[in-house]
Write a new protein. Structure first.
Ligand SMILES: [Zn+2]
Length: 303
C-alpha cells in the first residue's frame, strides 16, 4: 500500500476510496492510518489533531458502521451532513464507512451524489470484504484498493510475540492464510484451541465408526470456526494421501491423523472435503446449522 500513501502526499487520492479484503485483513487499521495521514500529513502523533483522533473525538473525523445488520438511511444522512459541512480543526474532513456492503438500497442511493462529487475538502473511506458484495454504482464512484494476504514470514514475525508453541504457530500460519488480524485474534482464543483439540479427538473415532456423529455435530454447530477447523483437518488428510512428505497443518496431531488415514480411503476424504464446501454454502444460505453439521458428521461415520 506504499502507493496509497504516496498518493496522499501528492494530493492525488480520490475523495471516495473503497478498501476491500477478508475480515481481519486490516481494512479498518488501514482506513484509520489514511484518515490520520489526511488529517495530519506528518502523522506526528503529538499535535491536537492526532491526539483528538486517537481519543476518537476529532471534530473532522466520523466513523460509521452497521447499526445491527444494516447501514440505514439515517446513517447515510448523518454521513452526508458531515461531509457537506466545512472542517473545523484540520484542513479536511474524513469519514470512514465500514462494511458498506451492508448499506440498504435506500441508504446507498441517497449517498450516490455525495460520493460522486464529495464536497471539497471531504474524503470518504469505505470498507467491504469484497467489491462484489457492494452496489456497483458505489464501486464505480470509488478508487478501489484490494488488500492482499500478507507474506507468511510477516505473520510469523508478529506471532513471535505471542505465547504459542512452535506447532501452534505452524498451524496458525497455515490456517490464517496471511490474514494477520485473524491470526492475532485466534492466537489468544482459548475456545478456538479447545475446539481444534475436540475435532482431533472426535474425527478419528467417527471415521472408525466408533464415535457418535450426532453428538459431535451438536458440539460443532454453535461455532462458525468448527467448519473451518474440520475443513483443515480433511485438507490435511487429502494432502497426506496425495502428496509425498507433506507436512500437515495439524502436525502436532500426527497420531490422530494416522488413525484417520488407516480407516478413510482417499476417495472418501476428498468427498468429505467437498461436503465442507457445500456445508459452507448451506450455512451462508442460512440453512439450519444443526442439520448441516449432522449431515457432515453422518457422512464421516458412514463407511
Ligand atoms: Zn499530528
Amino acid at each position: 500500500m506504499a502507493g496509497l500513501f504516496a498518493r496522499i502526499e501528492r494530493d492525488n487520492l480520490a475523495q471516495t476510496v473503497l478498501f476491500t479484503g477478508p475480515e481481519g485483513s486490516g481494512k479498518k487499521t488501514l482506513a484509520a492510518r489514511v484518515a490520520q495521514k489526511l488529517l495530519c500529513p506528518e502523522t506526528c502523533g503529538r499535535c491536537p489533531s492526532c491526539k483528538m483522533l486517537a481519543k476518537g473525538i476529532h471534530p473532522d473525523y466520523l466513523l460509521l458502521g452497521p447499526d445491527g445488520d444494516s447501514l440505514k438511511l439515517e446513517q447515510a444522512q448523518q454521513l452526508k451532513a458531515f461531509l457537506s459541512s466545512p472542517p473545523s480543526l484540520a484542513s479536511r474532513k474524513v469519514a470512514v464507512l465500514a462494511q458498506c456492503q451492508r448499506l440498504t438500497v435506500e441508504a446507498a442511493n441517497s449517498l450516490l451524489k455525495v460520493l460522486e462529487e464529495p464536497p471539497s475538502p471531504s474524503y470518504c473511506l469505505l470498507t467491504a470484504d469484497s467489491a462484489a458484495d457492494v452496489l456497483a454504482t458505489l464501486v464505480s464512484r470509488s478508487q478501489v484498493f484490494a488488500l492482499a494476504p500478507l507474506p507468511r514470514d510477516t505473520v510469523a514475525e508478529v506471532l513471535k510475540g505471542k505465547k504459542l508453541s512452535a506447532d501452534q504457530t505452524w498451524f496458525l500460519l497455515e490456517y490464517s492464510q496471511g490474514i494477520l488480524g485473524r491470526a492475532l485474534s485466534l492466537s489468544a482464543d482459548g475456545d478456538f484451541w479447545q475446539r481444534r483439540e475436540e475435532i482431533a479427538l472426535a474425527v478419528p473415532e467417527i471415521l472408525a465408526g466408533r464415535g457418535d456423529p450426532l453428538l459431535a455435530a451438536e458440539g460443532w454447530q454453535d461455532s462458525p470456526e468448527s467448519l473451518a477447523l474440520l475443513e483443515f483437518w480433511l485438507r490435511d488428510l487429502v494432502l497426506l494421501q496425495a502428496v509425498p512428505d507433506f507436512t500437515p497443518a495439524n502436525r502436532d496431531y500426527g497420531g490422530a491423523l494416522a488413525q484417520c488415514l488407516a480407516v478413510c480411503p482417499a476417495k472418501k476424504s476428498r468427498a468429505l472435503l467437498d461436503q465442507c464446501q457445500r456445508a459452507r454454502e448451506y450455512l451462508q444460505a442460512r440453512c439450519n446449522a444443526r442439520l448441516v453439521f449432522d449431515c457432515l458428521a453422518l457422512m464421516m461415520w458412514e463407511v
